[in-house]
Design a protein around this ligand. Structure first.
Ligand SMILES: [Zn+2]
Length: 197
C-alpha cells in the first residue's frame, strides 16, 4: 500500500512539473503555438473537405441529362406507346420476358435516353439481361412482378459508367431503387426496381 502511495505521489508530482513547464513553454511561445495550432486546424479542415467532397459532389452531367429527358417526356404525344418504344430500342438477352408494369416501361424510356445522351449515340441500344423471368432471382424478387429489370453496364469504361449510373439515379428519382450489382464480374449490371408503395 505504502509503495503504491509513493508511486502515485511521484507520478502526480512529475505530471505537475511537466504541466508547469509545458504551460510555461506554451505561454512563452504563445504566438508560435497559435500559428501552429491554426495551421494544423486549417489543414485538417481543408483535408476533410477535399476527402468528403468526393462523396457529396453533384454530377453536373447527370443532372443536365436528367433535365433534358424529363423535358422531352413532357412533350411526347398521348398516342406515343412507351412499351413499344422500349421494346424496339432495347436489346434483350435470350429468354428475357419483357412483361413489366408501366412504371418500369417509363423507367426504361428514361434509361435508354440516359445511355444515348451520355454515350452521344442516338441509336445506342442498352442490353436487358433480365426482366420478368423465372430463373436466378430470389423467391420474392420484384422481377416476378414485372417491377424490376437488370441492365448491362459491364462493357463501359469507368468514367462513362459512373455518368450513366448517376444519370439513371437522378432521372428515375425517389420512386425507384437502383443497385449496381456483381461489380467486376461477367454478370455486372444495374438492378432497377420500382419501390414498393
Ligand atoms: Zn435484378
Amino acid at each position: 500500500m505504502g509503495i503504491i502511495l509513493v508511486k502515485a505521489f511521484i507520478i502526480s508530482g512529475l505530471a505537475l512539473i511537466i504541466s508547469y513547464f509545458g504551460i510555461k513553454f506554451i505561454m512563452k511561445h504563445m504566438k508560435q503555438f497559435l500559428i501552429i495550432l491554426g495551421t494544423l486546424t486549417f489543414c485538417t479542415c481543408v483535408g476533410f473537405d477535399i476527402y468528403f467532397s468526393k462523396f457529396y459532389q453533384k454530377n453536373e452531367t447527370a443532372i443536365k441529362v436528367s433535365e433534358e429527358i424529363k423535358d422531352e417526356l413532357t412533350k411526347v404525344s398521348e398516342k406515343f406507346n412507351i412499351h413499344d418504344y422500349v421494346i424496339k430500342n432495347l436489346k434483350q438477352k435470350d429468354g428475357v420476358n419483357m412483361t413489366v408494369v408501366s412504371e418500369i416501361d417509363t423507367a426504361l424510356y428514361e434509361i435508354i435516353n440516359v445511355y444515348r445522351k451520355i454515350l452521344n449515340d442516338p441509336k445506342y441500344m442498352p442490353l436487358i439481361t433480365s426482366a420478368n423471368d423465372y430463373i436466378g432471382h430470389s423467391k420474392n424478387s420484384a422481377h416476378y412482378h414485372g417491377k424490376a429489370i437488370d441492365i448491362r453496364v459491364k462493357d463501359l469504361d469507368k468514367a462513362t459508367k459512373k455518368n450513366i449510373i448517376d444519370g439513371i439515379k437522378v432521372t428515375l428519382g425517389n420512386n425507384y431503387t437502383v443497385l449496381h450489382e456483381d461489380v467486376g464480374t461477367a454478370n455486372e449490371h444495374l438492378h432497377v426496381q420500382l419501390k414498393r408503395s
